[in-house]
Design a protein around this ligand. Structure first.
Ligand code: MG
Length: 256
């Protein structure tokens, strides 16, 4: 009898932990964790600091250079004014970031990230100037991830539906979320996305989309949420992931 009760209790605990785990919001550092000493957006330091802070994932932005290489940067231009799509890799990777690092190649970024497993790398593919370049970007990023055997350590996000659907076509098993905020969960499901990753304002205006997405088996990520009150709103509304410039504040809130 005692053993039976013990087993029932063990099952109950396991179930409740399972339920908790399902609803626990995960922390994604937006462009790495850069609001700290020695860091900068999309730098290798920001990746390391996201890991040290205990983030579940770290987001980064990827561009295709004029000579068909992959680099990590948010803006279309470097700090010293080079347009990434019109500049060559060798020159771009001499450009400095705000913390003095040189602009990282995707290759270097993935190599660094691989050592920080199990932290997930959330790869944003920036929208390029032509459809051909969008397809080339998707193809080359997927190939590099595969060459490094990092398929289980990455997720993909994109504003461009063309890039998103190309990623889905190239890697049907990958996690791909759409950023642009103009499609309902049902539309995304139909297109083959595994999640939505929408601006906080979009998700506040369409708060039913969170439940709708979950009913369809889609994940919900929200960006870029920084104020404690907004972070708490999306924890309470059961976002699966929150992308934030304040990962340490979010991690503190989640401990409460
Ligand atoms: Mg981004």
């Amino acid at each position: 009898m005692k053993t039976k009760l013990g087993m029932v209790m063990a099952v109950c605990i396991a179930l409740s932990q399972g339920i908790c785990a399902q609803h626990a919001t995960k922390v994604v550092a937006h462009r790495g964790y850069w609001k700290c000493e020695g860091s900068a957006e999309n730098s290798l330091a920001s990746l390391q600091k996201a890991y040290e802070a205990g983030c579940w994932g770290s987001e980064l932005d990827i561009w295709l250079t004029a000579d068909g290489q992959l680099v990590v940067n948010h803006d279309a231009h470097t700090l010293d004014g080079l347009e990434i799509e019109k500049s060559d890799f060798a020159r771009l990777t001499q450009s400095k970031l705000k913390n003095g690092e040189t602009l990282p190649s995707l290759d270097a970024y993935l190599e660094a990230g691989k050592k920080l497993s199990p932290m997930i790398l959330v790869l944003e593919l920036k929208t390029q100037s032509t459809s051909e370049r969008n397809d080339e970007l998707a193809r080359k990023v997927v190939a590099m991830v595969k060459a490094k055997a990092m398929e289980d350590q990455v997720e993909y996000i994109a504003f461009s539906n063309r890039v998103g659907t190309e990623l889905i076509r190239l890697v049907p098993d990958a996690k791909v979320a759409y950023l642009n905020g103009d499609k309902s969960p049902a539309e995304l499901k139909k297109l083959g996305y595994t999640g939505l990753d929408y601006a906080s304002g979009v998700l506040k205006k369409n708060s039913q989309w969170i439940d709708e997405a979950h009913r369809l088996g889609l994940t919900v990520n929200v960006w870029t949420v920084n104020k404690p009150r907004d972070l708490q709103y999306f924890i309470d509304h059961k976002a699966d992931f929150i992308t934030t410039n304040e990962p340490v504040s979010l991690l503190d809130l989640l401990k409460k």
